[in-house]
Design a protein around this ligand. Structure first.
Ligand code: SMG
Ligand code: MG
Length: 357
């Protein structure tokens, strides 16, 4: 799916989204899960073709051999396979969606949503120039986005943040995301961001640098938020207790599914830490579940849950739209959205059916 504009981060440029969808066909009806792995293993080790392979060869066969499988069984059945959380999450989501649709219950209701709409933030890529960045941010603020996240990397950090603060004022909710592009040796540059009253700095150091994040946290006033480092509720507990972060970006794909994501929410709430819902350039299918999750009570910061038109001219589902800076939580059964059949057909490049038995 072509993106409406290139999206540049510290690890690369995305111009299109290579989407892997899982459809669980059950006697009670279908369910859908979107795998958030990117086409290349740059954000994390998983990538879309690899996820399709591990699903077809190792994960789906375990579910298909297990007979009757409910959503609470999936993680346990897939546990012997190491890693591949994004692939596992897509399977669990598809099973959960089919199960909820059969029970006529929505994702939001099942997960424990307490709101019918969620505040929307937007993630703004690294640009070629500061004027181009200012134009992009102005466009998003005009549309009503309630929080701006700037992607940063060494050489594109203090100046763009200063420019956005100077142009749009101190009221704008502003945060940055480094996607692991710095080391502890950059602590002085990162501390210079303290002047700009940011909500948080996301994943400044490498994903396996929990101890270094704890050290960095002592040198900064701006709260550290972890994304790539948190692959499970166990990681979240370690990070919070170590002082490696005060805030967690919850991405269900990164942690193996919505049930583990909810555990991180519960744990963070008990710990008094804020969480927010991240994004992986999802289609409407993944977005529907993310928006439902973001409606849980502990999601106290706006998420990267933008409207469909921030990503795609034509979404796979009917589009999520921004209303008054918010996105509505779907209320229909399961995800509450379906793939539009013609759009799905026109975008599909390959399909693999894995029969039961
Ligand atoms: O879905 O709006 C979105 C993208 C949000 O910045 C975003 N995601 O590290 O948080 C992150 C990145 C990961 C994907 S970048 C291609
Ligand atoms: Mg991030």
């Amino acid at each position: 799916m072509p993106l409406v504009a290139p999206f540049r981060t510290s690890f690369g440029v995305e111009t299109e989204r290579d989407v892997l969808l899982v459809r669980a066909a059950t006697p009670d009806g279908d369910g859908w899960g979107e795998c958030v792995a990117m086409s290349e293993p740059l954000y994390s080790p998983e990538y879309a073709d690899g996820a399709a392979d591990v699903i077809a060869r190792f994960l789906a066969p375990r579910l298909l051999a297990a007979g009757e499988v409910g959503p609470l069984d999936v993680a346990r059945l897939l546990e012997p396979v190491r890693g591949h959380r994004m692939a596992k999450a897509a399977l669990e989501t598809a099973v959960l969606d089919a199960w909820l649709r059969a029970r006529d219950e929505s994702f939001g209701s099942y997960l424990g949503a307490v709101r019918d709409r969620v505040p929307a933030g937007v993630s703004v890529g690294i640009m070629d120039s500061i004027p181009a960045l200012i134009d992009a941010v102005a466009g998003y603020l005009d549309q009503g986005y309630l929080r701006i996240k700037l992607k940063i990397e060494p050489g594109w950090d203090v100046e763009p943040v200063r420019a956005v603060r100077e142009r749009f004022g101190s009221e704008v909710l502003l945060q940055v995301d480094a996607n692991a592009a710095y080391t502890l040796a950059d602590a002085r540059v990162l501390a210079a961001l303290d002047d700009f009253d940011l909500l948080l700095i996301e994943q400044p150091l490498a994903e396996d640098d929990l101890r270094q994040h704890a050290e960095l946290a002592r040198l900064l006033r701006t709260p550290i938020c972890l994304d790539e480092s948190i692959e499970s509720a166990k990681d979240a507990a370690d990070a919070l207790l170590l002082g490696a972060c005060r805030i967690i970006n919850v991405k269900p794909g990164r942690v193996g599914g919505y049930l583990e994501a909810r555990r991180i929410h519960d744990l963070a709430q008990a710990h008094g830490a804020a969480v927010w819902c991240g994004g992986m350039l999802e289609t409407g299918l993944g977005r529907a579940a993310n928006v439902a999750l973001a409606a849980l009570p502990g999601f106290t910061l706006p998420g990267d849950t933008s409207a469909s038109d921030r990503y795609f001219a034509q979404d796979v589902t009917s589009p999520f739209v921004l209303e008054d800076g918010h996105v509505a939580v779907p209320t229909g059964a399961g995800l509450g959205v379906e793939p539009l059949p013609d759009v799905l057909v026109s975008l599909t490049t390959s399909t693999t059916w894995l029969p039961a038995g």
